[in-house]
Design a protein around this ligand. Sequence first.
Ligand code: ASP
Length: 306
Amino acid sequence: MFGIAIHAGAGSLPRAEMSRERELEYRAGLARALDAGYSVLEGGGSSLDAVTRAVVVLEDDPLFNAGRGSVFTADGRNELDAAIMDGRTLKAGAVCGVTHVRNPVELARAVMDRSPYVMLYGAGAEEFALENGFALVPRGYFHTAERWRQLERIRAGEDGLSAFTISHVGTVGAVALDTGGALAAATSTGGMTGKRYNRIGDSPIIGAGTYADDRGCAVSATGHGEMFIRAAVAHDICARMRHGGRTLAEAVSEVVHGELPAIHGEGGVIAIDARGGIEMEFNSQGMFRAGISAGGKARIAIYRDD
Ligand code: ASP
């Protein structure tokens, strides 16, 4: 058995924010990333390689709020966060506040594989990237006209718009189970549109936005990061399976529809367990998501009912 699920953000879905054409672009972007991760698993590759690959494809796609398409901070910068975790060994790597790294998930992976640390921040993370042969990109690489317009609209206080309007979100993540029975999770983001500079969300925090443990499940989250940190969402879901005897579906539902709404935490998660069960659950209006199990048919969805 093997399988993979990905997400690319959750939020509210005002009609005017999503043309049919645009929706098809999102679906195609999700399909490309899912295929990339799936082919790693199909070829006998590890879940760590599969989630890295899928997230790199999403980071390189300017549609999504990670890597190239990252949102802007209130003062017009791009600050990127990412994390990865190996469910077999509980090894993890994370970077936050990086401004020159094209694929932060690969740097997070290098922190896990090539350093004694779990998380590196800002300039230190970028120095580590240089030492490890990563080519850095100029800040302008992350400057997309569309994200800039979104920042301007939010700054102007446009009606009905928030950092969680779906076209403004797009944090990405992947969870996978490989043929060897190992789980992995990865998450990458530009954070929340208009965030204060140096603000760090849940995505790179192990246990909040990202967690994997072969004895439970692998989880990647997206949503209002502050609440996801406070609820330790990814670890809580895993712990409910390990210690509380919950199924994956029960654990995910209790956290996404119970713990999070109790503190006004909007968003969702993707999760996979050691049997290949996949859950993609959210309490917002929509979540960009896709999943596929070995030999099965890919499911690609945005709205609740598709
Ligand atoms: N969770 C991300 C953060 O708070 C944002 C998102 O998922 O939309 O940085």
